[in-house]
Each structure stands twice: as structure tokens, then as C-alpha cells.
Design a protein around this ligand. Sequence first.
Ligand SMILES: Cc1cc2nc3c(=O)[nH]c(=O)nc-3n(C[C@H](O)[C@H](O)[C@H](O)COP(=O)(O)OP(=O)(O)OC[C@H]3O[C@@H](n4cnc5c(N)ncnc54)[C@H](O)[C@@H]3O)c2cc1C
Length: 530
Amino acid sequence: MTEPLETDYLVMGSGIAGLNFALLAAEHGRVVVCTKKRPNDTNTNWAQGGVAAVLASDDSFERHIDDTLVAGDGLCDRKTVELCVNDGPAQVQRLLDIGVRLARDPATGQLDLGREGAHTRHRVVHWEDVTGREIQRALIAAVASHPNITVLDGHIGIDLLSMAKYGGDPACFGAYVLDSKTGEVKTICARATVLATGGTGKVYIYTSNPDVATGDGIAMAYRIGAACGDLEFVQFHPTVLYHPHAGSFLISEALRGEGGILKNARGETFMDAVHPMKSLASRDIVARAIDNELKKSGADCVFLDMTHLDPPFVKSRFPNIYERCLSLGIDITKQPIPVVPAAHYMCGGVKADENGATTIKGLYAIGECAFTGLHGANRLASNSLLEGMVFSHRAAAAVREAPRIRPAQVAPWSYGQATDSNDAIVVTLNWDEIRRFMWSYVGIVRSDKRLERARRRIEILRDEIREYYIDFKVTSDLVELRNLALVAHLIIESARRRKESRGLHFTLDYPDKLPEARHSEIQLTDGPRG
Ligand SMILES: Cc1cc2nc3c(=O)[nH]c(=O)nc-3n(C[C@H](O)[C@H](O)[C@H](O)COP(=O)(O)OP(=O)(O)OC[C@H]3O[C@@H](n4cnc5c(N)ncnc54)[C@H](O)[C@@H]3O)c2cc1C
């Protein structure tokens, strides 16, 4: 029997939250980072706009707090918001200390601050329009040279290890992890297990997220009984490039921040009639307005017009977007950019306190997979990289005292009677079906009828997937499909329970807000097994 691998801290995920945690925790313990593909296959790597922090002389913590609370539509936890906003400048300094390059004003040498939708001030530090890539680069380089950190790429967490299986309280002491290259399932034990698994965008057919965003951390935590919350609040980014060969390419909010104007196919500035902030209104309002515009007109897309802005400025401020669009035959200084909305960010997640601790002892959740109360019912742009930095920092301090809990003998992964699958088409078809009906029934505009349709379908599919999971050897595709289906179920359930429209959750049956804002929480006891 292979002995379990022992470490102090096991981290799932190599984005901003996972790697910053690893660097800080490695100062007082050994860290193993598992990441299911390559280390830079993360949402972090795709972030364009930047990191929000109060740095300008005309800005204040109170303003950033207010902007966050307004976007969150009554559901932000004020203490968490204050904690993140107040820590913003220190976290920007930390990024610089790690070696992240940030754009500066050539005249003053001060950090250049961009402005994004629903921010009332310029406060977004960035590196051109590829901020996430730059942060990811610097973090990977720093982690690679740290002797206390081992990065296992191509290793996907399957399930968390819980003392509940050994007759104790459900404390977490590590995870079963599949080495995708060899098919071997490793047992990794740790004093603290940290979920930094990112978002859930792949639950929807149209998303700005890369393939890794299948909500694995939320599914794993839910299966061992951790409380999750606010999962109905899926942020749809209003502007993803609409082009058959574009894949999922985001057209950053910063373009609207710098003066980009949304128009329909007839050239009408339809946002003028929707909100006083016009094209700069918050994402939920813009996404819904575009959805409405598309449904009304039957058009495939709307347009973001940058042609009235100074071309050299557009090219130098957005070099990556300019080049990408140009490669597809769109010169954004001369032609409006065709755009559509797409699933972008999960505001809810695994319930975590101010140190990232979940409701399960030994288990932490940080970054996008966590539900800290920062975003409430709607995330303010560029607050999530900040959240990743703040909570990885706090969790790294908190785990120092984590006791080692584990049974005397840890059961190895049971391969059972499982055989190699000869029916992989089941995975592909179920994957596709979930993502399509989630878009149609649990998307930007919801209703009781649509949610009920989605509920019925996900139950059938989850039964099928469960059977398949038992019969066949585990693969990374199957792990992801099982998680995707569970997360879809949790989003549907959470959406069904919210009998109001608030923030990102809009339903035709309850168009108004209830007087009292409440979080939704969901736990294993509330629904069918994972
Ligand atoms: C296109 C785009 C643009 C964005 N722009 C901005 C922006 O300008 N500003 C901002 O603040 N936010 C932005 N966001 C959001 C922000 O990028 C993310 O919220 C943030 O990067 C999440 O960081 P994370 O560390 O929590 O997760 P990620 O960076 O997504 O990392 C998750 C990691 O977990 C790994 N993983 C997942 N499941 C498993 C598993 N089962 N086992 C092992 N590893 C696993 C993944 O492989 C990956 O390494 C943007 C997002 C996108 C998609």
C-alpha cells in the first residue's frame, strides 16, 4: 500500500489566491500546490483590467467601500468590505514586492490608475491590458524558487479527506488527487487544506473563463458538508468578443471606463435610456440591457464603439485587445467591436470567515471559490484579484496554528471494480447539455418555470453521471463533469430559493427586491448527495 504524502499545507489551485498563499505559508511550513493543468491555466492569467485599490489623492477608503456596497445591492458584509478595501494599498505594494510590473504615468512616475464600470474614481492598477498574465508570471517565478513549495501540475483534486469517514467530526485532513498523466490517485495529508480552485464559468455554454473553471472546490467542499452560499449570484460579463474564431475573449470593462460606448446594430446608444451611468452602469444592468436588446431585435450581438477615441491612445492602453481583434479582421480604432454577454464570475462559493476558514475544521477557501461576503449580490469590477490577495494573506497567517488531525491509518483511494470507459461520449454529451440548459434557463433572466425545467434536467443527468462514475475508472474529465453537474444543481437550488430580484439574480416572477437582504446558504443536508 502506498503511504500517503504528508505536508503542512495542501493548496488546490495555482491562481493568485493559491500561489500567494503558498509563498506566505512556505515561510512557516511545507506546501504542496496541486493544479489540474499547467500552473498558468487559471482565471487569474486572463484578468485584463487590474486590481482595485485606493491610491489616488481624490479617492478615499469610504468611496471604494461605498462603490462596493452599492454594487453588492444590500448583500455585502460591510466588515469584509472594509477589511479588503483598507488592505488594498498594502496588497498593491505586495504585488510590486513579488516582482509584478504595474503601469506608471510616464510624467509623474506614479502608478497609472484605470477606471472601470461602477467605480466612482480611477483606482485600478494594471499592466497594459494583461494584468492577470503579469501577476501570474511573477507568482510562478517566485514559487519556483522557493525551497518549501512543491507544485504538482496535472494533478486534480477528486475528493477531500474527512474525519467523518473515520467516525469523527467532519474535519478535513487532505485530499485524494488524481495524477492525470499516470492515472494514479495519490493521498495527500495536510494540517490545513486550502481550496483556491477559482470560478464556475464552465457551467455555462458562453463564458469568459478558461476550461479549468468547473467549480471543483465548491463541489468538493459541499460533499464533505461545508456550508456554501450565494451561488445564485453569477456575474455575466456584458462584453465578450462575438466572433466565430474568438473562443472566449473578454473585452475588458476598462474600454467602457475609457469612453467606449455601447450601440445596437442600428447605431443607437441604447444604454442612454437604461441607466444614468449609460455604458458605464454596473455589469448586471449592462448585461441585462444587452440581453433584452438581443431578444428584442433578434440580432446576434451589440457593438462597443471606440472609434471616437484617439487611436494611438486606444492602441497603447489596450494593446492586447487591439492586436487580438485585429488578428480577426477588426480594427477597433476604426470599427465597433461586436460583443455579447457571457458567464464571468461566481460571487458565492464556499462559506469562509475573515481568515478563509470554512465551516469544516482544517479546510480553508480563498479567492473566487470562497463566499466571504465581499461581493454581495454583485461584484464590483477588479475587486476579486484584491480579494484573492487579501484572503490568501490572512489564511496563510491563520493556518500556522492548525493542528494535525488525521486517523492512524488513512484508507487509500478505492479503485473498486471500475473499468476503463468505452463510452466517453456520455461525458461529452452530458457536459454539453448541462452548459446549454444552464444558459437558457438559469442565465441572465430567470423565472420559476425555467428554473423548474433546469431542476428536472439536472436530476436526470446527475443520476446518469453517478452511475457512470461508479462503473468507470476516474479521469479528470469525469471528475470535472461530476463537479460541474453538482455546481449546476447548487446554482439552480439557490436560485429557486431566492424569491426576489437582487443584484445579479433577476427573475420575471419576483421582479422586486424584498425589504430584507438575506444570504442564501446551502449544505449537504439540504439536498441530494454529491
Ligand atoms: C477574462 C477574465 C478577466 C478578468 N478580469 C479581472 C480583473 O481585471 N480584475 C479582477 O479583480 N478580476 C478579474 N477577473 C476575475 C479574476 O481573474 C478571478 O476571480 C481570480 O483570478 C480568481 O483567482 P483564484 O486564485 O481564486 O482562481 P484562479 O485564478 O481561477 O485559479 C484556480 C486554480 O485552481 C485550479 N483547480 C481548479 N480545480 C482544481 C482541482 N480539482 N484540483 C486542482 N486544481 C484545481 C485551476 O487549475 C487553477 O490553477 C477576470 C476573470 C476573467 C475570466
